[in-house]
Design a protein around this ligand. Structure first.
Ligand SMILES: C[S@@+](CC[C@H](N)C(=O)[O-])C[C@H]1O[C@@H](n2cnc3c(N)ncnc32)[C@H](O)[C@@H]1O
Length: 382
C-alpha cells in the first residue's frame, strides 16, 4: 500500500502515475467489490448469479448508476484501478457460464486477480492480471511503426535504437531497483528507460563527445524513482567491468543489453577502438566477443542478455553479420531464448531514394533491408 494515497498495490503497472482514463479504466472500491462478489458466491442458483453479475456489469458500464457503491472511492477501503474492457470480459464470462460451479470458479479467479499479486523472479508483472499487459510483446516479429519521442527520448543521435526495445526488455526481464548494463550506450536510450521504469543503470560508451550527449539526455529525463544511473567513458573491449562495479558497491547486474555498431555501416568515429573501425568482419567479431567475455561474470545466473544488430551488404554479397554475432555469444555458454525480427525504420535519406533503391534491387537481384535482429540469451551456467 502506498502511503501517500489510497490506491493499492494492485495499481501495479508502469503507467500507474498517469491520470485515469475513464473510457478504458475503472477505479473500483475494492472492499465493496469483493464483498459483493463473495455474496454472489453464496448463491445456489446460476440464474441468480447471472442476475447479480449483470447488475455489476451495468454499474461498470454506467458508473453514474452505481447503486451498489462499487465505484464509491470516497468511502472506506482500498481502491484498485482496473482495465474496464478486461473487467467486463471477466464479468461476462461469469454471466455466460453454463453451470454454477463454472461461474463460481470464474468468480474466485476474479477475486484472486484483485487481491493477489503473482510475480516471477525476474520481473514485476502480475501474472494474475496478465491479460492487462496487452502492450507487452510476446511474438518474435516486432513491427514498431513510431519511435517513442516522449520525455528525454529523441532521434538526434544517428544510430540510436528506438526506446521501445529497452522498454520491452526492462519490463519483462527486470524488477524495479535491479541493475541493467548497456556496454554500447550511445546517446543513453537504455538509461533513460531505466530512469523511467525505476531500474538502476550503467552505460559504457567509448567516445567522450557521445557521453556528453548521453549525460544531457539522461539528466533531462524526469526522476520519478530513487534509482542510480552511471555513465562510464571507456572501451568495453578492455574495461574491467567487475572492478567498475566494485568501485560503486554493486555486486552484479540483472540484465545486459548491447547495441554495438553494425560493423562499418555507420562510422561512429575515427577511434581505432571503435568497433565500427574494425578492419574485417573477423576483427569485429573478435572485439565484440571480448565485450561478451568482459561482462559474463557480472551478470547473475538465470538472467537475460539482449543483442540488437543488423546484417550488411558488401560488394554484391549479403553478410549475415547478425548471425555471426549471435554465434559469438553462443560460443561463450549462453543459451538462445529468442530471435526477434524487428522492422527497420526508414531513414529520411533512404525515403527520398526509395525509387532508386527499388531499381537497384531489381537490377542487382537483392532485397532491400527492412529488418534487424534482436537476439535474446539466458545465462544458465555460473
Ligand atoms: C549502435 S550505437 C548504440 C546506440 C544506442 N543504443 C542509443 O540508443 O543511442 C553503438 C555505440 O557504440 C559505441 N562504441 C563503439 N565501440 C565501442 C567500444 N569499444 N566501447 C564502448 N563503446 C563503443 C559507439 O561510439 C556508438 O555510440
Amino acid at each position: 500500500m502506498k502511503d501517500n494515497d489510497n490506491i493499492t498495490s494492485f495499481d501495479f503497472d508502469s503507467d500507474s502515475d498517469k491520470k485515469t482514463n475513464w473510457r478504458t479504466e475503472s477505479i473500483i472500491n475494492q472492499d465493496m467489490f469483493l464483498e459483493v462478489l463473495s455474496k454472489i458466491e453464496q448463491l445456489h442458483e446460476n440464474n441468480k448469479v447471472k442476475f447479480e453479475i449483470q447488475k455489476i456489469i451495468e454499474v461498470i458500464k454506467n458508473p453514474r448508476k452505481d447503486s451498489l457503491g462499487l465505484l464509491n472511492i470516497s468511502s472506506n477501503g482500498d481502491t484498485a484501478k482496473v482495465n474496464k474492457d478486461i473487467l467486463l470480459e471477466e464479468l461476462n464470462q461469469i454471466a455466460d457460464a453454463q453451470t454454477i460451479e463454472r461461474a463460481k470458479y470464474y468468480i474466485t479467479r476474479l477475486k484472486k486477480s484483485l487481491t493477489e499479486i503473482k510475480t516471477s523472479k525476474i520481473n514485476d508483472l502480475n501474472l494474475n492480471r496478465w491479460k492487462e499487459y496487452d502492450d507487452i510483446l510476446t511474438e518474435s516479429l516486432w513491427v514498431l511503426d513510431k519511435r517513442d519521442k516522449s520525455g528525454a527520448h529523441n532521434a538526434g543521435y544517428w544510430g540510436n535504437f528506438i526506446p521501445q526495445i529497452p522498454n520491452q526488455f526492462l519490463r519483462r526481464y527486470t524488477k524495479q531497483g535491479e541493475w541493467v548494463l548497456d556496454a554500447f550506450l550511445g546517446s543513453g536510450t537504455t538509461l533513460i528507460e531505466c530512469k523511467r521504469l525505476g531500474r538502476n543503470g550503467i552505460g559504457v560508451e567509448l567516445l567522450p563527445e557521445v557521453v556528453e550527449i548521453a549525460n544531457k539526455n539522461i539528466s533531462s529525463e524526469e526522476k520519478k524513482f530513487n534509482v542510480k544511473t552511471e555513465v562510464i567513458t571507456a572501451d568495453s573491449t578492455e574495461l574491467n567491468f567487475k572492478q567498475e562495479l566494485e568501485k560503486r558497491n554493486i555486486k552484479s547486474v540483472q540484465f545486459l543489453i548491447m547495441h554495438p555498431p553494425y560493423w562499418d555501416i555507420i562510422k561512429f568515429s575515427k577511434n581505432n577502438k571503435d568497433l565500427s573501425n574494425a578492419k574485417s568482419v573477423e576483427e569485429f567479431l573478435n572485439l565484440f566477443g571480448k565485450v561478451v567475455d568482459n561482462t559474463y561474470d557480472i551478470l547473475d545466473k538465470g538472467r537475460y542478455f539482449a543483442v540488437v544488430i543488423g546484417d550488411k551488404y558488401s560488394r554484391g554479397e549479403w553478410i549475415p553479420l547478425a548471425f555471426y554475432t549471435m554465434n559469438e555469444v553462443l560460443k561463450r555458454g549462453y543459451i538462445l531464448k529468442s530471435t526477434i525480427i524487428k522492422n527497420f525504420e526508414e531513414t529520411k535519406g533512404k525515403m527520398n531514394q526509395k525509387e532508386l533503391w527499388r531499381y537497384r534491387a531489381l537490377v542487382g537481384g537483392f532485397y532491400i533491408f527492412k529488418h534487424e535482429y534482436i537476439f535474446l540469451f539466458k545465462k544458465v551456467k555460473k
